[in-house]
Design a protein around this ligand. Sequence first.
Ligand code: ATP
Ligand code: MG
Length: 747
Amino acid sequence: MDSDILASLNSAQSDAVTSQALVLQVLAPPGSGKTKTLTARVAHLIARHQLKPWNIIVCTFTVKAASEMKDRIQGFVGAEVAKQLKLGTFHSISLRYLKQYGQHIGLDKDFGIADTSDSKAIVKRIVKKNDLTIDATQARNRISTQKAKGIDCEQFMKGAKKGDQQEFGQVYRDYEATLKASNLLDYDDLLLRCGFLLRSHPQCVSNVEALLIDEFQDTNNIQYDLMTLFAQRQNRITIVGDPDQSIYGFRSAEIKNLTRMKEQWPDTLTINLEENYRSSGAILHAAQNIIEQDESRPPKTLQATHSHGLRPILRKLPSATGEATWLVSEVQRIQKMTGGLLQPSDFAVLLRSATISRPIEHALGKAGVPYRMIGGMKFYDRIEVKLIVDYLRVISHPDNSEAVARIVNMPARRVGEATIKSLLEEARSQDLSLWRLILDTVQGRRRPTTKLNDPSMKGLSIFVDVILCGHTKLLSSQTEAVILVDLVNLVVKKLSFQSYLTKKYPEDHEARWTNVEELIAQAIDASDPERLQAMLQENALPTIDGLEQRTASSLDDMLSLFLANIALTASTQEKAEQDGEKLQQLTISTIHAAKGLEWPVVFIPACYDGSIPHSRAEDHDEERRLLYVGMTRAQALLYLSCPIKNTKREETSLSTFLLQPGVSGFFEEHGPSIALSSVTGLATTLRRDCPSTAVINKDKRTLERDEDNYWSVNGEEPPEEIAKWDYGKGGGKFEPTRPAAVFSSAA
Ligand code: ATP
Ligand code: MG
């Protein structure tokens, strides 16, 4: 098996995979096979060095990247072995440790996770309550920044100057107190507390033999500390990264961590990779030209292994709507041109900020091109899904006062906003959870000072009834007679949710109901005893002598695991992909969330000043790197575009990065985006690992188009047949999946 692993690598990659160094850094540009090398090293450690997969931690930054990585490792070692790895994002790995050993640092068994909207709501409420002038969203981000630096609220207060800093410090302090009272951890806490756990109970990680981290350039200090803690036993550490792709400085990522690592482990071996296997030469050169505008950056070598291909296209369109229409027509044209070789899933639209997706979504919808969204636009943020999930969260964890406040009048039950606010304050002042106050009130054990009229009292008791019903189900399920999906169905039924949606959203209730059905489907999936076992097994950490662990088995645990997974999963699509279901959909993503991924055709719209570089961005070098990351996602075709007027009908100016001297020479600016007549051959492999595609190159077959836009191959085969074409002695059928670099220019 080991030789198979190494056979697919070049010699520098092989050196990295087989290196005996205890601490290894692989630093290399995009598309040079860093992730490939990292995954191969995992496989090599298992196959050659007989490391147990459950003693290996593999870390990356996004849920999507983690699932891609798992797929790749699975390709080497098989699904059974891959499943046993401790593989995930820093957050999901930390969550695992905390769920299993959290009791040793005083964490309650049922701690919940405050997701981004919970955190925002808490900060907003604090700001409002204290009548502060501070901006709530900014304050929330600032809290995160402080946490990322490892500065807690008390430390901050000590150093705080009068005025703004004091005000913020107070918000920080109240925020922490609210989380504590509600038994919640926010995303930053997951990492911090895990660090605390591993520091005080190092035996939790005594079994860890190897630690591998992808996209290391984006680690912040807390993550660096976690790395050190995971690797306490002086075991193998491998990190891969690229300083040119550091794009999380705004979230306190520390590029200095690369040198810090070398200082901490002076024997660190650094290996560079210098060949790009992803993009056509033309795309690579254009991208390099952009990154080289940063003169402070050390020069680097990067060679294309693919042929030159077509120059990237830079287009100006009259408006954002015009840009979207053009973009979608290009998608359709290319699909037609290539006779079905390219599926919608071979296209990606990458955005600097998620907020500008609307015109593109609209145009795609109108043209009937299926699409999915990753990063920033989340399934679980959709109102109807969030509502059901909130009910589940409250059933699992009634002390989450934020969630209770959100749903107590949803669907509307005549409990007014002012009443909720007053109840919440009353609960706070008496050190009670909101749920406790409402429950006691409805059950006549307490008389609140908040005035409640009859309809509100009735509304509250309906709410209490739903939660108690759910709770009873949860308790009665200790005998495992009830499964998760029953609980979801119970909530949906109790709320008469389908008719509620019909009434409240007459225009799009069907789409909303589909989302609820999707959630139910996920619950069914998670309720399957085998799936649950697998989930528990995948989440389980090995038993360690002398350290008590929790075991999850009841519905209560199942629900808490399900919700924790929801809190950490960005979208259903990602979930579906993790489950092996590849969807034929175009991807819309933020550039940030597209890190590490690749597509044959990439569009980057809205390339104007204010969008990229973003008007609120402080660090222009980071914005440039962001554009670089976006461009280097493309394999065969890259489109950059800019509307002359933005959505607010203001005149735009082309991104300063694209206006620098010499840049235009790397792009095709005018004329039809791709002259069909110039596409005369398949530049490189249509699908790298499909033997039949090599035959195309060897035979120098050419693809040609007739007046009707039909393709032929050496003047013979019509395009529809390409997919079905059997090469006979060439070996195997040609399957048109994920072509690497389809086009080359006539030259
Ligand atoms: P990024 O910095 O964008 O994350 P990366 O360095 O991690 O890029 P990979 O994603 O590992 O790059 O590889 C890019 C593409 O090149 C992948 O499709 C991978 O399969 C392919 N590739 C990498 N190494 C080789 C090789 N030696 N031979 C053929 N293809 C390769
Ligand atoms: Mg990578």
